[in-house]
Design a protein around this ligand. Sequence first.
Ligand SMILES: [Zn+2]
Ligand SMILES: [Zn+2]
Length: 163
Amino acid sequence: MKRFDRDGRLIIPLMRRKKHTKQAEETKVRYVLTEAYCPKGCTIIDHEHKINGEPGLRIKFKRYDSEGEFVLSAIEGDFDKIILSGELKEGVKDELYCPHCGVMFKKLINCECSEDADMVLLGLTPELDLNNAIAFCNVTGCTNGASIRSGDIIRHVRLWGQF
Ligand SMILES: [Zn+2]
Ligand SMILES: [Zn+2]
């Protein structure tokens, strides 16, 4: 049932995961990231913490009143997280860092959900390549852009005339 596409991303069929929604017919497959890197090239795939059957993406977070680590689902459109330490707050932004070397993840653009929200980039190659990356918002609970390739986001921004 599983296979890889050209970018090395695992494709899983949706099957029965969304059988109760109308979208089941619209989206036949979802991407699963099988490789993800910090800006310095550390792999952040966490095989010890699986979310919905797939190894997650381990990320360190910091803000004025808390810091810790969480694991984010590597499945496109899936916003499940495992909080390993610290506390995330709904609607609150966190700065995101590599859990291994501590470097901050790069930010692509502002997220429209709030004034200071950022779309944070995760590279799918050890050397950051904007055409081979995904971006997601660093505000807890915001579902903008999660697991959308940055190229798509850049195109949208150009359409809005902000880039
Ligand atoms: Zn790193
Ligand atoms: Zn957002």
